[in-house]
Ligand binder design. Structure first.
Ligand code: G3H
Ligand code: 13P
Ligand code: ZN
Length: 333
């Protein structure tokens, strides 16, 4: 039996995006695949009174199990209430690659999906995206759809791009009209993972920190002019905070040339047409750094709660900071 997201207490992105565009802030879209991440997201978003998009990739769904995820999302709604504030919660498929996957997610309670046809030729992207929109909008409870135009650089488990290309503003009106998507992810220089730029693309600060090139705000502004008031999404928006990188490295971790998107650029984007900002890598980084610290400092510790607990606290602090200081989503629930 299919489950509608409304039965789980979830909402789609429609009204949340309309409010965010008007209010000049972005909704956090945090990826998760386990209980501690979910606890941290809900704790941080309740504390900051922020709406939230819980984001699940195909890989995360496989890892966590689709049935468990459904109950975790339902549990998240109840948990927020128990913590004292019923924030709006969206369950969103991240980087969906087929109508079959979208159907399976919608049937198990997702309220929003991304169909990522950005690697396909333009007309194929339109065809796939439109098929997903027809299906999602045709449900008894309207499921919102995010499409993507332009290719991000970067490599993750299931999200791989060797060659990036910026979104062409000339295409956005046609794409949105012909597909009927509710929001559009664009490529303006962000990328997935903790190494977002090559060293030679960056300048280096006196203390050795890589400073990346500025995002292409000119492209964002052109798109905004063509689609006034239309919700734009930024993927690959982790900042790769230096304090977490340093902790990770201090306790044995190694990353080659980590560099993210500076917070002030994300703040600027959030004030514009960008109303959803995707963050996964920063969570991974904060969590792993905290776990490494416990392992290094307390080698006799083997109760998972003793290292997952501090990791969860570190995650919560990271998300609360983003909601308050970067996305502007605090006090918008
Ligand atoms: O954009 C991709 C997300 O960070 C998900 O990554 O496929 O490794 O779960 P994943
Ligand atoms: P980061 O790798 O920058 O966290 O981006 C995550 C993302 O775009 C998920 O879709
Ligand atoms: Zn992404």
């Amino acid at each position: 039996m299919a489950t509608s997201y409304k039965e789980l207490g979830l909402v789609n992105t429609k009204e949340l995006f309309a409010k965010a565009v008007k209010g000049g802030y972005a909704l956090p879209a945090y990826n998760f695949n386990n209980m501690e991440q979910l606890q941290a997201i809900i704790q941080a978003c309740v504390e900051t009174k922020s709406p939230v998009i819980l984001q699940v990739s195909a890989g995360a769904r496989k890892y966590a199990n689709a049935t468990l995820l459904r109950y975790m999302a339902q549990g998240a709604v109840a948990y927020a209430k128990e913590l004292g504030y019923a924030i709006p919660i969206v369950l969103h498929l991240d980087h969906g690659d087929s109508l079959e996957l979208v159907k399976s997610c919608v049937e198990s309670g997702f309220s929003s999906v991304m169909i990522d046809g950005s690697h396909l030729p333009y007309e194929d992207n339109i065809k796939l995206t439109k098929a997903v929109v027809d299906y999602a909008h045709g449900q008894k409870d309207y499921v919102t759809v995010e499409g993507e135009l332009g290719v991000l650089a970067g490599i993750e488990d299931d999200v791989v791009a060797e060659h990036s290309s910026y979104t062409k503003p000339a295409e956005v009106i046609d794409f949105v009209k012909r597909t009927g998507v509710d929001s559009l992810a664009i490529s303006i220089g962000t990328s997935h993972g903790a190494v977002k730029f090559k060293r030679e693309q960056c300048t280096v600060s006196p203390d050795g920190v890589l400073i990346p090139p500025t995002l292409r705000f000119d492209i964002l502004e052109e798109i905004e002019k063509k689609l006034p008031g239309f919700p734009i999404v930024l993927h690959g928006s982790s900042s790769v905070p230096i304090e977490h990188v340093r902790t990770l490295e201090k306790f044995g971790g190694k990353l080659k040339d980590p560099v993210g998107i500076p917070e002030e650029q994300l703040r600027r984007a959030a004030k514009s047409a960008v109303c959803k900002i995707n963050i996964d890598s920063d969570g991974r980084l904060a969590m792993t750094a905290a776990i490494r610290k416990v392992f290094a400092e307390s080698p006799a510790e083997f109760d998972p709660r003793k290292y997952l607990g501090p990791a969860r606290d570190s995650l919560k602090a990271l998300y609360a900071h983003k909601n308050r200081e970067v996305l502007g989503s605090a006090n918008q629930a």
